[in-house]
Design a protein around this ligand. Structure first.
Ligand code: FES
Ligand code: FES
Length: 179
């Protein structure tokens, strides 16, 4: 039997009926129509499906949609909601942190979460923060460079993605990367 879920996605409240076994990634892609969140594996390893759940990076293929009930989800679509690239997106563009781009939304969201938690990460912090995300194209040098560039662009002050709790006025920063 379907269950009702109320989820704030990229700052917009939604209510939908879903099967209890529906994964959050399928909810976002098939119900909410947000196909920027990718499915790259069936083993919860690649991180292509990374989104922020209440500001925390999670692999949306390992979360049920019903677990997002009453919570906020930020996807890659929410980052450039104003029509201007988020600094993390701009940095990946500038530093050629992608080739095929399939893994990129996951890296971008994991990076946004990392920088929100740690605005000036060391190389070791970056490696650890992105350890849950795999890229088969680029190697990781440009991706690390993009993260450092994004941190510099943000002046050590991470910008909260739209729809994350920290995007709200006076909200406390809260994010964990590398899930
Ligand atoms: Fe690969 Fe979620 S689709 S970790
Ligand atoms: Fe192709 Fe990362 S850019 S998998």
């Amino acid at each position: 039997m379907k269950q009702s879920v109320a989820v704030t996605v990229n700052g917009t409240q939604r209510e939908d009926l879903v099967e209890p076994r529906m994964l959050l990634v399928h909810y976002l892609r098939e119900v909410a129509g947000l196909t920027g969140t990718h499915i790259g594996c069936d083993t919860s390893q690649c991180g292509a499906c990374t989104v922020l759940l209440d500001g925390r990076a999670v692999k949306s293929c390992s979360v049920f949609a019903v677990q997002a009930d009453g919570r906020s989800v930020a996807t890659v679509e929410g980052l450039a909601a104003t029509g201007t690239l988020h600094p993390v997106q701009q940095a990946f563009w500038n530093e050629h942190g992608l080739q095929c781009g399939f893994c990129t939304p996951g890296f971008v969201m994991a990076t946004a979460a990392l920088l929100e938690q740690n605005p000036s990460p060391s190389d070791e912090d970056i490696t650890k923060g992105l350890e849950g995300n795999l890229c088969r194209c680029t190697g990781y040098a440009n991706i690390r460079r993009a993260v450092r560039s994004a941190a510099a662009m943000m002046g050590g002050q991470a910008a909260a993605p739209t729809g994350s709790p920290a995007a709200a006025p006076a909200a406390a920063p809260a994010a964990t990367a590398g899930s």
